[in-house]
Design a binder for this molecule. Structure first.
Ligand code: ATP
Ligand code: MG
Length: 215
């Protein structure tokens, strides 16, 4: 769908409504990376590491084992620490990055950072700085963002989607008395990506059915 994979050093926004599968998609990315020899750092501003692992325990991913082997690290940053971390230019996250020698990074979610900063200019600046910082540190990143179930805007403040290299949208579409989960690659700079929505299934992580029609 994206000509073989995410570009090294790129940032991709994973946007969607509640329960659309953003966190699962991102953990699947970290897990697959660890299995392929690319270490990963998952930074969460939402659920605790324990809750994340517990919610994904049915997928058969040995996240605890990978963490013990030093291949992945899952870190939760409480909301009250966000301003301090932004002011310190993300030095705490840099320590975690170095500790695990991460090539893949997940920030879940950007809304968590945005909500911690009331001033609009400061908020935009923090998001911009985070994107610059991630590029400097040579990691390939997924950033989640909360949106509607069938979004027309892809982040709360409609900024970050223009700063990043790619946007993937996860949908929870109501169709009659059912809801269907789907995935769309909306933007992927430098890539001849698929156009349109494709059904997804959450069972052992996320599976995309690239040859199926959503309706
Ligand atoms: N074992 C499973 N089998 C099938 N579907 C599952 C399973 N576990 C979770 N799901 C689906 O995935 C959803 C949760 O996914 P996830 O936590 O990734 O969502 P999210 O987009 O991160 O949501 P939020 O915005 O609330 O953080 C559940 O609401 C459910 O629909
Ligand atoms: Mg989530």
């Amino acid at each position: 769908m994206i000509e073989g994979g995410l570009k090294k050093n790129s940032i991709t926004l994973v946007s969607g409504g509640c329960g659309a599968g953003k966190s699962i998609f991102c953990m699947n990315y970290i897990y697959a990376g660890a299995m392929a020899g690319e270490n990963g750092l998952y930074v969460t501003f939402e659920e605790t590491a324990h809750e994340l692992k517990d919610n994904m325990s049915s997928f058969g991913w040995d996240l605890d084992g990978l963490e013990q082997e030093g291949k992945i690290k899952i870190v939760r940053i409480p909301r009250e620490d966000i301003l301090r971390i932004v002011k310190d230019e993300y030095s705490e996250i840099k320590d975690y990055l170095d500790e695990v020698k991460a090539k893949r990074v997940v920030i879940d979610s950007i809304s968590g950072i945005e909500q911690g900063i009331a001033n609009e200019v400061e908020r935009r600046d923090a998001v911009l700085k985070l994107c610059e910082w991630l590029k400097e540190h040579e990691c390939t990143t997924l950033i989640t963002s909360e949106a509607e179930q069938e979004p027309l805007a892809y982040s709360r403040h409609e900024t970050v989607e223009f700063l990043v290299d790619g946007v993937i949208i996860l949908y929870n579409i109501r169709h009659g008395n059912k809801r269907l989960k789907a995935l769309e690659v909306l933007k992927m700079r430098g890539t001849k990506h698929t156009l349109g929505l494709f059904p997804i299934r959450i069972s052992k992580g996320i599976e995309v059915f690239q040859n199926a029609e959503i309706f």
